[in-house]
Design a protein around this ligand. Structure first.
Ligand code: SUG
Length: 464
């Protein structure tokens, strides 16, 4: 028995797009799965190192407006001719979290008393942070994986207490949407320990010639296991990145591990997607995103050899100071190939248009002849005030037509479904949520009923 455990594993069947030989790689598409913002969206000030979360802590939120803004972003994508998916909110308040902390059974729990004795724990139980689906999981398209399946690993989100339980619900939601008997391999989250701190696709970029062809997966980490640093937390370890690449069966020559600049983390870039975004052959990033910019670009070129020619677009500090990049969320944009356009489109938050340096930069960017030809601004201000921009709100999943056919159809959107979801939001979400409202037991009942209405509209099982 022991011998079997210690004998070297057989060489993995690394392949060069063998699974897809004969397939038309242009048929696969990138589908964005946006998080539907939940009815308890509030400004809890729960995320150390996230400047917007700290700045807006305690403010009155507007969950109805938040969800409508998110759904309008999804509508824009549908109208552009892209396939758009949605992931459900998580049931909140998180009864199980409070029960485990000794506050009694849900039926007899005194929410008003918890609000007085442990207000932070109650805010955590109410957090709607699952909306930021870029943190839901890391996804590797089937073209990159030895198994020939689409691989998904929910992120343990172990660094922030309010997010550390999300992976359990995320796992169940993903299992309903990407069923195991289909062409999908869903892994459990990594162990919830600081050595394997993982924040999912927010620290992961995939580069390729065509979405359906083999690509290079870039994993960005802020620290190594066991390493400690003063200041803001680094939420992703190298060991977590390596474990995911291993679990997904990526070719070692097509995976790149790069260290995020400490300077960026200290300036408020708590995820790499606050200072970098990439798609196809284009990497758009700030001069201070990586600890070793040249080394990272060289590693990407080497890994992409024979697949694509990297087009790096580096934004210099002299043109956009790191501080402006972070407050405007220029890089927390979606970078997309849109039907009928020969250059990429950057879907950026309106804050980028309202910040002089980034607005100027965007004008020059599209006037040049680089890979990005247009900037489209979207209003997701409610989410932005908690540090979540357009890119935080979506999880990218590359799907072949066969894989798409295996996805639960209830979560693939058209305008009629968006209208139906907006009707639920208008009927059931509050337009004003103050910290004191969390103490009201009636609000708990109302929020859970709104959650049930949403999952019913998506034809998904309730996870409450
Ligand atoms: O983990 N904010 C989230 C924002 C996540 C953004 N995601 C990406 N960059 N991909 C976070 O810090 C704030 C919640 C509060 O304070 O109530 C929060 O969780």
């Amino acid at each position: 028995m022991f011998a079997a455990k210690i004998s070297p594993a057989p060489a993995p069947p690394w392949f060069v797009s063998a699974h897809h030989e004969g397939c038309d790689v242009t048929q696969a598409m990138e589908v964005n799965f946006d998080g539907l913002i939940g009815p308890t969206h509030n400004y809890g000030g729960l995320s150390d190192g996230n400047l917007a979360s700290a700045k807006n802590a305690g403010d009155v939120s507007n969950p109805r407006e938040a969800a409508l803004q998110g759904l309008e972003k999804m509508r824009m994508m549908v109208r552009a001719g892209l396939t758009q998916g949605v992931l459900p909110p998580h049931p909140r308040p998180d009864e199980w979290f409070l029960e485990r902390l000794g506050f009694g059974d849900w039926g007899g729990m005194d929410i008003t008393a918890i609000a007085t004795s442990h207000p932070r724990l109650l805010k955590i139980a109410y957090s709607a942070s699952a909306m930021w689906t870029a943190n839901a999981a890391t996804i590797s398209p089937s073209a990159d994986c030895a198994s020939g399946k689409l691989n998904l690993t929910p992120a343990n989100l172990s660094t922030m207490l309010h997010r550390s339980g999300e992976h359990e619900i995320t796992f169940s939601a993903l299992a309903s949407i990407f069923p195991e008997d289909g062409p999908f391999a869903l892994h459990p989250a990594l162990p919830s320990h600081p050595d394997f701190a993982d924040e999912g696709a927010a620290n992961h970029v995939r580069l390729c010639a065509e979405h359906g062809g083999q690509g290079v997966e870039l994993f960005v980490y802020g620290r190594e296991a066991g390493e400690s640093a003063m200041g803001f937390p680094a939420r992703q370890t190298l060991q977590a990145c390596q474990a995911i690449a291993r679990g997904h069966g990526l070719s070692p020559t097509r995976a790149v591990f790069a260290r995020q600049a400490r300077r960026a983390i200290e300036a408020g870039a708590f995820h790499n997607d606050v200072v970098c975004v990439g798609t196809l052959d284009t990497l758009f990033f700030h001069e201070f995103a990586f600890e070793d910019t040249q080394g990272t670009l060289e590693a990407l070129r080497r890994a992409g050899d024979g697949l694509f020619e990297l087009k790096p677009v580096m934004v210099p500090e002299a043109e956009v100071p790191l501080e402006d990049a972070i407050s405007s969320y220029l890089f927390n944009s979606q970078l997309l190939r849109m039907p009928g356009e020969d250059r990429l489109v950057l879907v950026a938050p309106t804050e980028t248009r309202d910040t002089p340096s980034t607005a100027r930069y965007c004008e020059q960017l599209v006037a040049g002849n680089g890979p990005i030809g247009r900037v489209h601004y979207v209003d997701v201000r409610q989410s932005m005030r908690n540090g979540g921009g357009p890119a935080c709100l979506r999880l990218r999943v590359v799907l072949t037509p066969e894989e798409l056919a295996g996805v639960h159809p209830g979560v693939i959107l058209d305008e009629a479904k968006i209208d139906a979801l907006q009707a639920v939001v208008r009927a059931r979400y509050r337009d004003r949520l103050a910290p004191a409202d969390l103490a009201d037991p009636d609000f708990a009942i109302e929020a859970l009923a709104a959650y049930e209405a949403i999952v019913a509209a998506l034809e998904l099982p309730s996870l409450a």
